[in-house]
Design a protein around this ligand. Sequence first.
Ligand SMILES: Cc1cc2nc3c(=O)[nH]c(=O)nc-3n(C[C@H](O)[C@H](O)[C@H](O)COP(=O)(O)O)c2cc1C
Length: 259
Amino acid sequence: MSVESAALVYFSPTGTTKAVLSKIGEGLASKLHHIDITTEDRENIVVDDSLAIIGIPVYAGRIPPVAVQRLKRLSGTCPCVCVAVYGNREVDDALLELKNLVTERGFKMIAAGSFIGQHSFNTAERPLADGRPDSSDDALAVNFGEGIAAKLARNDLSEPAVPGNFPYKPNGPSLGGAPVTVADSCDLCGECEASCPTHAIKITDGVVVTQPDECIGCFACVQACPTDARVFPATERLEKVRQWLFDTCKARKEPVTYI
Ligand SMILES: Cc1cc2nc3c(=O)[nH]c(=O)nc-3n(C[C@H](O)[C@H](O)[C@H](O)COP(=O)(O)O)c2cc1C
């Protein structure tokens, strides 16, 4: 079969998952249709393309729970590719969890991959997969897209094995706290409010109000703010995690594909 149109479906608060999926799509040479579920509120999302490439970031070795909720609103019967993007620590059970979830939604997984994206906790002092995906990752993603197109051209819909264990590891604890807005730097543009996957940010009477209990620590608002007014306070837990990741995940990991 040929891939006339492919849907790129992603939950991607800081944009790396979207970037990886876009490169895989380039290799397919098809019409690409973006379905961004990062802040999506629709109850039903029907995918009627000839292929779906579905991507999520790894949070504590799992799919972020809010992304699970969004993925459960998808349905489709086409072949699909599962992609987990992670910050150079581990994928753990996220790819298996994604495969199981999309299979329940009617899709047929025919390929999968894990790719590396700059860690949301990256800082200049403690770089974590800084600048990834880079040109080498991009080339591998395009090549993966070409491999998927070739597999479909052979009418091969076989399901590759993916790593992971069931029962899955438990979801990670909250980072404690949420980003705050430095009022002097904020021009109330609303980018933070629009970027928040859980709608935890509301601008009311000229003040940016964040519900800390709803914050998932994804850093979308910090990245989206054009004036650098959104700052995640360096809580003891966040700093400990940053240091641990910096100390233990220095060695560069490479994308792995299953086809
Ligand atoms: C709360 C949280 C937990 C994370 N947990 C992991 C993890 O377990 N393993 C890992 O390698 N990266 C982890 N990351 C890093 C993200 O997977 C990585 O930054 C990814 O590229 C973000 O995707 P996005 O840019 O599409 O939002 C975590 C990031 C956040 C915000």
